[in-house]
Write a protein that binds this ligand. Structure first.
Ligand code: PMP
Length: 450
């Protein structure tokens, strides 16, 4: 019977599968998904959930897209693989399209995950600096609370202690500064003043470390996984100015913010800045297949062209990176985002969520609500004056109640630093009006009991 089948799957899951983070628990086994359509996922018991996080911020066009499956299927039949030490047509077509989306001259290097895209960016930045004679420039500056991946370099760039302390030493040369968390700015400071001060911390770090030792700054346009921290325009302007002034490259991590999530093609388009390197993954394929990319400004790529000896080679091979099926699928995914106006829709739906959620600011636990396109973060505090974060159990309780009512939402922050108090919402950009209403109604009803 169906019941025994699901019981068996749960047993086998517990026996054979090592999950990402979720601890082993006999009493509270993980949800086993079996199918999905639009914004809704069905589990092994037949329960349906609205996926208010698009998986891990990635299924931007929603589930069940036959055109994406077909794009991959057709490509797998004609050419399933060829290494990008040489070339193939789907990679060329996608690189051209990404260039168009970025709106500037970039050259594209493909990998398979966000972490790998960032690792490639770090190696490109260091080598670029060497190629132009800046041999001491090896350091990177990132922000606390930012997340950039799970591998030794990308994790070193990550500014969340909880993810790092058990695995050190990580890649060397990574420094961190505080992000522009305007909600917690000192009393008496305007948001603008505070943002400028946070940007200044980056310049101070560059100067005190020794200008000629710093290779690049890496940041997300908006810190997403670290608690939805949205900078003021003056911050991004100033960061770009500081990087240019000191010969430091600016790497923008668009792994979550890219591909319409922010209401623009890329998150950094909202701030009108021109990064030297852009990394992307997740929404590039809406997570239907693994694929990531590191886009490098043409003038930076140019210095790698002189490879008359070994020094010009970018010594970085990625066997699976730019897989033809993944590229063909990504191209179709970008077309869907364009054809269905899903980028504009992110802004419309995000604005609607905010309007509906704004009344929750009167709730005793809600300290702040922040958003960026179709990303919303609700910061929960015990006390609105001291802004002391609520206990993790409160956050988990709210998430569990939402799940019991059929809504999946996320939590973000840093347990070790004492902050894991931001609830997050990032449903598919293709969500219907009814889907958004379901999120609003369900969450409000949970909060009315919390
Ligand atoms: N950068 C950011 C901003 C991310 O959110 C993530 C994943 N959550 C990564 C990089 C790493 O991506 P991946 O898990 O594909 O390695």
């Amino acid at each position: 019977s169906l019941e025994t089948e699901s019981e068996l799957a749960i047993k086998k899951d517990q026996k054979y599968l090592w999950h990402n983070i979720t601890p082993y628990s006999e009493t509270n086994p993980p949800m086993i998904a079996t199918s999905a359509s639009g914004s809704w996922v069905t589990d092994i018991h037949g329960n349906k959930y609205l996926d208010g996080m698009s998986g891990l911020w990635c299924v931007n066009v929603g589930y069940g897209r036959k055109e994406l499956a077909e794009a991959a299927y057709n490509q797998l039949l004609s050419l399933p693989y060829f290494p990008l030490t040489q070339s193939h047509l789907p990679a060329i077509a996608l690189a051209e399209k990404l260039n168009e989306w970025l709106g500037d001259d970039y050259v594209i290097f493909f990998s398979n995950s966000g972490s790998e895209a960032n690792e490639a960016a770090f190696k490109m930045a260091r080598q670029y600096q060497q190629q132009i004679g800046q041999h001491y420039r090896h350091k990177f500056i990132a922000r606390y609370r930012g997340y950039h991946g799970n591998s030794m370099g990308a994790l070193a760039a990550t500014g969340q202690a909880q993810r790092k302390y058990k695995y050190e030493p990580l890649g060397g040369g990574f420094l961190h500064v505080a992000p522009p968390d305007s909600y917690r700015r000192p009393a008496g400071q305007t948001v603008e003043e505070f943002n400028l001060q946070c940007a200044q911390a980056i310049e101070d770090t560059i100067v005190w470390e020794g200008v000629e030792t710093v290779a690049a700054v890496i940041m997300e346009p908006v810190i997403t996984g670290g608690g939805v921290i949205v900078p003021h325009q003056v911050y991004m302007d100033r960061v770009q100015e500081i990087c240019r002034k000191h010969g430091v490259l600016l790497i923008i991590d668009e792994v979550i913010c890219g591909f319409g999530r922010s209401g623009r093609k890329f998150g950094h388009h909202n701030f009108n800045i021109k990064p030297d390197i852009v990394t992307m993954a997740k929404g590039l394929t809406s997570a239907y297949l693994p694929l990531s990319a590191t886009a490098v400004r043409k003038d930076i790529y140019e210095v790698f062209k002189d490879n008359s000896d070994d020094y010009g080679y970018f010594r970085h091979v990625n066997t699976f990176g730019g897989n033809p099926a993944a590229c063909a699928l990504a191209l179709r995914n970008l077309e869907i985002l364009e054809q269905e106006d899903l980028i504009e829709r992110a802004d419309i739906l995000g604005a609607r969520l905010n309007r509906e959620f704004s009344e929750l600011l009167d709730h005793k636990l809600v300290g702040d609500i922040r958003s960026f396109g179709l990303v919303t973060g609700i910061e929960l505090v015990e006390d609105k004056v001291t802004k002391k974060p609520v206990h993790l159990d409160t956050v988990k309780g709210i998430i569990a109640k939402c799940k019991a009512k059929g809504l999946i939402i996320g939590k973000n922050g840093d347990t070790v630093a004492g902050f894991n108090n931001v609830l997050t919402f990032a449903p598919p950009l293709s969500s219907t009006d009814e889907d958004i209403q379901f999120i609003v109604d369900t969450f409000k009803s949970v909060m009315s009991e919390s």
